[in-house]
Design a protein around this ligand. Structure first.
Ligand code: HEM
Ligand SMILES: N[C@@H](CC(=O)c1ccccc1NC=O)C(=O)O
Length: 867
């Protein structure tokens, strides 16, 4: 199908196999000895930059001609060399250098004319034409492990990784070119199946690219990137804060030249991602400026096409003219396969941009904030720092203003008349100093106010999935004010609106949710255990300072969320060049280290979360230990005090079997260890057990204590009990139940070997009855707990204290059972006794007729009994 598109990819400098990368690997050096002086400097470049000798070296270079450059690859190599030298010269000193000398400018401007590129380090110089395979031969270029750089600015593995990741992505994305062209053809002939297949192929490819993008974390450390690599990539546009208020003067000799301002290197200059946007009909209008100027505002992405090699730029232009994919998809019903596949690929691209935002947060925003904090920290300021992109991002308003006032000759006004920017030679509009130094604005090397720009670009992408006028969407998306915490809530209706407009939900969930959805998810994640609705969670977030570490958010939800996400863990690596300086690797990199590396935190505010959470946790844990120990002590106290009587009444007490040698005489000395009397069922409930007494099957003791093991439950129980009648205050109880044999011992209890005595034991024969002694305060409770108590009459008994009453079926039983010993025990128990019940009824109310075959003894005793 590709053939029918009648285009020659060669003409556009594009290959089916390598995409926008050259079809042959770039030259490693210019072989003509004429260019040896350039190559010699390039070999030592990282060290020359590091030791600030680069400027002298460049000044001592001869002004070489371009006449000896023949092959395209040679022109490209020359471009790379001069681009690297330009940036090394400008940024390779303590202060940036604003005048570029003829050994660079003279050949560079000629090379740039030929390649249709601006005279600065573009993506083409840094990435497209700067890679080699590790083995020097044919390798899979989609694997960054196989790639090295031809030239480096810092000689760090971090820089290699940073740049080769994009190279691998270019190689991996090469297959998109035939896919797109075929897709356009298929749409042109209404071949739906092919369009769907192609769109799905594109989705899969963007997925692979996303995986490659995320490999950035493996070997590129944010602090090294931010402080060592990135400053050298900076351009000369919008760089007043970094010391270049007018850009750079390109001195071509003989007093000639002009001031120029160029964006620094940026992946926005890659044709690959722009190709996806163009093919899918996604338009970007974000200017990258802090606020769109009414007139004269240019879309940054379009502007960046001027930083691409001429043929690539023309390829994108051509693609923009022939693409029909979005129009085709939108002409079909929302439920159609094509539409869904289209939405899927668009959302996948939006998801890719989400991942990119995450990277930018980690590699730019967080280190910038750390850097600012460090600069504010007087203790650390002693060393001489380079003035560059890294220091400018964190420069305070005062210091920027002081630059402008101490360098009046470089004021914006005086230089404006000769400033040149890449697209045209018009005067480039400078942001005011306040804009540059504004606390909350971070700039990309491309010169964008990166947060609003990247958000807008991402949103413009996702908006393409909606079948509404692109213009309307754009208007809505463009530079929304910085979103506060509750902005997510405000955005929800928009999400719904989208679903309604498109008529149905995506067939399978879009790869990443809308900002609003994402916000909800994040909030849930942080407050999972509370499961509050969004707004409530946000209130909590605000109260507790949220999860935002110091220096996390700049009022932007996406970036703030990513800042709070777990930090990347790069694989350990050794830099082949110089190590990052101590100030960088020391206390500054808190956001990139694990939470437990507390020694790397720099200010008390870094401990806010812990300040709230830790005392709370400590309290819970301490309370738990105190509570469980207290309950154990109480249960043990009960065991100690009741062990003598239990052991004198039963042959076996507790859970350690028969206490050999126990005898009624030596009770005190032969007692079972009280610990063995008890079984800890839960931290709040203990059990004991006894058996081995005539007519008694066994005794069950259950000790239920207050829930001291959990302070929250404890407090809630106590407080609710104080205020609501339906929540009784927590009470500690011992419940002892004696299960009697009812004349069936000989059937149930096996006789000891060779002993027939137990068989001779007389059978017990009881008449069933219900009889209880109840504390008057516990009468209601007894009636609720014990259905059989309601069958009885309540009667005062003169032999008993006034606070107890008898519940019985017949007075005779009372006379029989109220022995002086029992009366004495009741008197001694006092208020601790709740009730004692003897019943022939089963514990649970029988549903049908049940034979009375057990006697139950219940003792309900309150806390004092435990002591
Ligand atoms: C540490 C790594 C990276 C950082 C810190 C970073 C940072 C940025 C920044 C700040 C911008 C805004 C434009 C500017 O002013 O420069 C940008 C744009 C862009 N970056 Fe990256 N970037 C990184 C890696 C990558 C990689 C590996 C890709 C590969 C595709 C990429 C693709 C893009 C694209 C396509 C844009 C244009 C905006 C867009 O399409 O959304 N970036 N990047
Ligand atoms: N715009 C990025 C830098 C960046 O991504 C970049 C710069 C030069 C060449 C390539 C780049 N991106 C990925 O390879 C920044 O602001 O740090």
């Amino acid at each position: 199908m590709l053939e029918s598109s009648h285009i020659s990819l060669d003409e556009f400098g594009v290959s089916l196999h390598n995409g926008f990368l050259p079809s042959e690997q770039p030259l490693r050096r210019l072989s003509d000895p004429y260019y040896a002086p350039w190559e010699a400097v390039m070999t030592d470049l990282p060290a020359l930059i590091q030791t600030e000798r680069i400027r002298q070296e460049v000044l001592s270079l001869p002004v070489l001609s371009t006449e000896k450059l023949n092959q395209e690859a040679e022109w490209q190599r020359a471009y790379l060399i001069l681009a690297f030298l330009t940036h090394a010269y400008i940024w390779g000193g303590t202060q940036p250098e604003g005048v570029l000398p003829p050994p660079i400018t003279s050949p560079f401007l000629q090379v740039c004319d030929r390649l249709e590129l601006p005279p600065c380090a573009t993506y083409a110089a840094l990435n497209l034409w700067n890679f080699a395979s590790t083995t020097g031969g044919e390798v899979d270029l989609t694997n960054p492990d196989n790639l090295v750089l031809v030239n480096s600015l810092t000689n760090t593995d971090d820089e290699r990784w940073f740049l080769v990741i994009s190279v691998a992505m270019e190689a991996c994305g090469a297959k998109m070119i035939p896919l797109i062209l075929n897709g356009i053809n298929a749409a042109g002939i209404d071949d739906r199946d092919s369009v769907v297949r192609i769109l799905n192929g594109m989705t899969a490819c963007i997925d692979e690219l996303g995986c490659l993008l995320e490999r950035m974390y493996e070997r590129n450390r944010p602090t090294v990137f931010y402080h060592q690599i990135r400053p050298l990539l900076a351009g000369s546009k919008n760089m007043a804060g970094a010391g270049l208020p007018n850009g750079v003067f390109y001195d071509v000799g003989d007093g000639k030249g002009n001031w120029r301002q160029y964006s620094g290197g940026s992946n926005a200059q890659s044709s690959l991602i722009q190709m996806f946007d163009i093919a899918l009909g996604i338009e970007h209008i974000a200017s990258g400026e802090v606020a769109n100027k009414e007139a004269g505002h240019r879309a940054f992405m379009k502007e960046m096409r001027n930083y691409m090699p001429g043929p690539h730029r023309r390829f994108l232009e051509y693609l923009g003219k022939i693409t029909n994919i979005r129009t085709y998809a939108m002409s079909l019903p929302a439920s159609s396969d094509v539409r869904q596949a289209y939405n899927m690929v668009v959302m996948k691209l939006g998801g890719f941009r989400d991942k990119h935002i995450q990277i930018v947060t980690r590699y730019v925003i967080n280190p910038a904030k750390q850097s600012r904090m460090r600069q504010n920290d007087k203790a650390v300021s002693g060393s001489v720092q380079r003035v560059n992109l890294a220091s400018a991002t964190s420069r305070s308003t005062e210091s920027v203003n002081s630059i402008s006032s101490t360098s009046p000759e470089l004021s914006v006004k005086s230089a404006a008349s000769s400033i040149t920017s890449v697209s045209d030679s018009e005067v480039s509009e400078q942001p005011s100093f306040t804009e540059i130094s504004e606390d909350r604005i971070f700039y990309g090397t491309g010169g964008t106010a990166l947060i609003p720009f990247l958000k807008a670009t991402r949103d413009e992408t996702k908006a393409a999935a909606r079948n509404v006028a692109v213009e309307d969407e754009r208007r809505k998306q463009q530079f929304k004010p910085s979103s506060g915490l509750l902005e997510g809530t405000a955005e929800l209706p928009r999400t719904d609106a989208r679903l309604a407009i498109s008529g149905r939900r995506f067939a399978s969930p879009p790869p990443s949710s809308s900002p609003a959805q994402r916000h909800v998810t994040t909030t849930r994640h942080r407050f999972l255990s509370f499961c509050f609705p969004l707004k409530m969670a946000d209130v909590f977030k605000n109260i507790f300072g949220g999860a935002a570490p110091s220096g996390a958010s700049q009022g932007d939800d996406d970036f703030a969320d990513f800042a709070g996400a777990p930090d990347p863990v790069p694989v350990p690596l050794t830099t082949s060049g110089f190590a990052p300086d101590a100030a960088i690797t020391g206390g500054a990199n808190a956001p990139f280290t694990k939470w437990y590396r507390v020694w790397e935190r720099t200010s008390p505010s870094d401990f806010w979360q812990e300040a709230f959470v830790l005392p709370f946790l400590i309290f819970i844990i301490a309370f738990h230990f105190w509570g469980t120990r207290k309950n154990r002590r109480k249960a043990k106290a009960w065991a100690i005090s009741h062990s003598p009587v239990l052991q004198s009444e039963f042959a076996v007490v507790g859970y350690s079997g028969i206490a050999h040698g126990a005898s009624t005489e030596g009770v005190e000395s032969e007692l079972v260890d009280p610990e063995k009397l008890l079984k800890e069922k839960t931290a709040q409930e203990f059990q004991s057990y006894a058996t081995g007494r005539q007519n008694i099957a066994f005794l069950d003791v259950s000790i239920k204590l207050v829930k001291r093991y959990n302070p929250i439950v404890f407090i809630v129980d106590t407080v609710l009990g104080l205020f609501f009648e339906s929540f009784p205050p927590p009470v500690e109880r011992v419940e002892s139940t004696l299960y009697t044999f009812d004349g069936k011992e000989k059937d149930l209890v096996p006789a000891p070997a060779g002993d027939a005595s137990s068989i001779k034991a007389p059978n017990s024969t009881y008449d069933g009855f219900i009889w209880a002694i109840v504390h008057k305060n516990a009468m209601r409770r007894l009636r609720v707990d014990r259905y059989d108590a309601s069958i009885t009459f309540t009667k005062e008994n003169p032999k008993l204290p006034s606070w107890v009453t008898v519940m019985t079926e017949s007075a005779e039983i009372t006379d029989l059972l109220l022995t002086p010993a029992l009366i004495k025990a009741i008197e001694e128990a006092g208020d601790d006794l709740e009730y004692l019940i003897i019943s022939d009824q089963p514990v649970d109310r029988p549903v049908k007729c049940v034979f009375p075959f057990f006697f139950f003894f219940f003792f309900y005793l309150s806390p004092a009994f435990l002591q």
